[in-house]
Design a protein around this ligand. Structure first.
Ligand code: GTP
Ligand code: MG
Length: 472
C-alpha cells in the first residue's frame, strides 16, 4: 500500500489538514504547538487507490524533552519508505525551521510536495517558492480551499508510482510526473487544462551548466568534483582560473557539460589586461550556458559582488541555483540563519533556489543533478496560447486594473514567444507606465499557475502603435 507522509514543523495546520483530507475529526486539533506526539497512520482512499496517510509529530529544531526528540526521529525514519511526502507549511510564517526542514528533505525532493497552507491569510507565496521544490500546492485546510485540486493531483501522482517504490519508478515516470506536477499549479483547473512541457525532444541535448562566482569560492573545486578528476587547477590564491574550461560530466546518469569560469571581481579592481579578458570570457560563458550554479562562500556570507553576479544573470535571463559552498567552515545554524537573512533582505533572491554544500567534503553535491533538471524543466516549459488566454481572462476578472490611469487598459490576449528564459507577449489597447504594477500581477499569476517558480521570465506589453514595453 502506498504511504503518504504528512510532515511539517509544529503548528502549521497539519492536523487540520489531515482532518480535512479524512473528512473527520480524528487527530487532535489544537493551537498548542506539538500536539501530535507520535505518528498515526490512517487508511485512506485517493480515487481508486487505497493508501495510508501518515500524520507525523511536528518537527522542531530545539526539541527540549526526549519524548519530542524521539517522536521527531521516528518521523525522519519514515522518509525513506514514504511514497509521497506532503511538506506542510504556513505561508504567513516561513521560518528558519522550515528552511532547515526543507534542506533535510532535499534527498527526497522527487517525492516532496509542498502544501502551502493558510492561503486565505496571504497570497504571497514567494517565501515558499524560494525553498526550491518544484511542486507547490496552495490550500487553506481551514476553509477547504484547494483540497479538490490536491486530490486530483494526488490521484495522478499515485497512479504514476509503480512497484511500491517511487525511487525505482522515477526515471520512467519523469514526464508524466512532470505533467502531474504542472497540473497541480493551475488554480481551479482541471488537470487536463494544462500545457504539457516539451520534455521529450530536449532529452538528448546535453545541458551546458556554468559555474560562476567570485574568485576563490570553490568553482574549480566543484568542476573537479563533478567530473571526477583534477581537470582544473585549484588553489587558495584568488584568480587562479584565467579562462573558462568546459568538461563533460555524467551526473545521475545524464551527460552534462560543466563550465568552470574565472572568478568575477568588481570592475574597478581589474589590475591587468589578462584579468579583464578573463572576466569577458566568463561573462560570455554564462550567457551561453543553459543554466548556472552561483557559488558563494558561506564563511563570508552574501557579498555585494555576489549580488551583482546574480543581478547580471537575471538580466541575461539565465536560470541559476545558488550554492552556499564551504558549509564545513560554519555552524549549520549560522548557515540557515544566513540563508533566511538573504531571502528576507534581498528581493533579488525571492525566487531563487539556495542550497548549502561543501565541495571539499563532498556534501550536498548529489542533489545538483536534480536542481539542474528542475531549473531546465521550468526554463523550457511551454504554455499553449489557448491555455494562457483562458487563464489570462480569469486573472483579469479576479483583479482588473483599477487605478484611473490603467482602468481603461485592456489586455486582449497573450502568447508565449520563447523559452529559457520563458518569454510572453501581451497585446493591449494602450499603455501607461502605471501599468507596470499590473504587469507584475500578471507575472505572479503566470509563475504560480504554470510553475515558473525559480527562473527569470520576460514579459512584454505590446500596443497597436507597436511601441514595445519591455519588463524583465
Ligand atoms: N573549507 C572549504 N574549502 C574549500 C571548499 N571548496 C573549495 N575550497 C577551497 O577554496 C580554495 C579555492 O578553491 P578554487 O576551486 O580554486 O576556487 P575558484 O572559485 O575556482 O577560484 P578562482 O579560480 O581563483 O576564481 C581552495 O583552497 C579550495 O581547496 C569547501 O567546500 N570547503
Ligand atoms: Mg578556479
Amino acid at each position: 500500500m502506498h504511504k503518504i507522509l504528512v510532515i511539517g514543523k509544529q503548528n502549521v495546520g497539519k492536523s487540520t489538514f489531515i482532518n480535512r483530507l479524512l473528512r473527520k475529526r480524528k487527530s487532535i486539533q489544537a493551537s498548542v504547538a506539538g500536539v501530535t506526539r507520535d505518528y498515526i497512520s490512517y487508511p485512506w482512499q485517493v480515487g481508486s487507490h487505497h493508501v495510508s496517510l501518515i500524520d507525523s509529530a511536528g518537527i522542531t529544531t530545539d526539541a527540549a524533552d526526549s519524548i519530542t526528540k524521539d517522536a521527531i526521529a521516528r518521523t525522519f525514519a519514515l522518509l525513506d519508505s514514504a511514497h509521497l511526502i506532503l511538506f506542510v507549511l504556513s505561508v504567513v510564517d516561513v521560518t528558519g525551521e522550515d528552511i532547515e526542514l526543507s534542506l533535510q528533505l532535499q534527498p527526497y525532493r522527487e517525492k516532496v510536495v509542498i502544501i502551502a497552507n493558510k492561503i486565505d491569510l496571504s497570497g504571497d507565496l514567494s517565501d515558499v517558492y524560494s525553498l526550491g521544490f518544484p511542486t507547490i500546492l496552495s490550500i487553506s485546510a481551514e476553509h477547504n480551499t484547494g483540497i479538490s485540486k490536491l486530490m486530483d493531483f494526488l490521484e495522478l501522482r499515485i497512479g504514476d508510482i509503480h512497484d511500491d517504490s517511487l525511487e525505482q519508478s522515477q526515471p520512467e515516470s519523469a514526464a508524466s510526473s512532470e505533467e502531474a506536477s504542472n497540473a497541480g499549479f493551475a488554480d481551479n483547473a482541471e488537470p487536463t487544462d494544462i500545457a504539457v512541457p516539451e520534455q521529450k525532444s530536449d532529452q538528448k541535448v546535453t545541458p551546458r551548466v556554468c559555474v560562476v562566482g567570485r574568485p576563490n569560492v570553490g568553482k574549480s573545486s566543484l568542476l573537479n568534483a563533478l567530473v571526477g578528476f583534477d581537470r582544473a587547477i585549484v588553489s587558495d590564491i584568488p584568480g587562479t582560473t584565467r579562462d573558462s574550461v568546459a568538461h563533460a560530466a555524467v551526473l545521475a546518469g545524464t551527460e552534462h557539460t560543466i563550465v568552470d569560469t574565472a572568478g568575477i571581481r568588481r570592475k574597478r579592481r581589474h589590475k591587468s589586461a589578462i584579468e579583464f579578458y578573463s572576466q569577458v570570457r566568463s561573462e560570455q560563458s554564462y550567457s551561453d550556458a543553459d543554466c548556472c550554479m552561483v557559488l558563494i562562500d558561506s564563511s563570508e556570507g552574501v557579498t555585494e559582488q555576489d549580488m551583482t553576479i546574480v543581478r547580471n544573470l537575471e538580466l541575461l535571463g539565465r536560470p541559476y541555483v545558488v550554492l552556499c559552498n564551504k558549509w564545513d567552515l560554519i555552524q549549520e545554524k549560522e548557515g540557515y540563519a544566513m540563508i533566511r537573512k538573504v531571502k528576507d533582505r534581498h528581493g533579488l533572491f525571492r525566487y531563487a533556489m539556495i542550497f548549502p554544500c561543501s565541495v571539499k567534503n563532498r556534501v550536498g553535491l548529489e542533489y545538483i543533478p536534480s536542481y539542474i533538471r528542475d531549473l531546465l524543466s521550468e526554463a523550457k516549459r511551454t504554455v499553449t496560447t489557448g491555455t494562457l488566454n483562458s487563464y489570462l481572462q480569469r486573472w483579469i476578472r479576479q483583479s482588473p486594473p483599477k487605478s484611473s490611469k490603467t482602468k481603461n487598459i485592456t489586455i486582449r490576449y497573450g502568447t508565449q514567444t520563447g523559452v529559457n528564459p520563458p518569454q510572453f507577449v501581451f497585446f493591449a489597447n494602450k499603455y501607461a507606465k502605471e501599468f507596470k504594477t499590473y504587469a507584475r500581477y500578471i507575472e505572479s499569476c503566470l509563475r504560480r499557475t504554470f510553475g515558473f517558480l525559480h527562473v527569470p521570465i520576460r514579459i512584454e506589453i505590446r500596443t497597436p502603435s507597436n511601441v514595445r514595453r519591455r519588463r524583465t
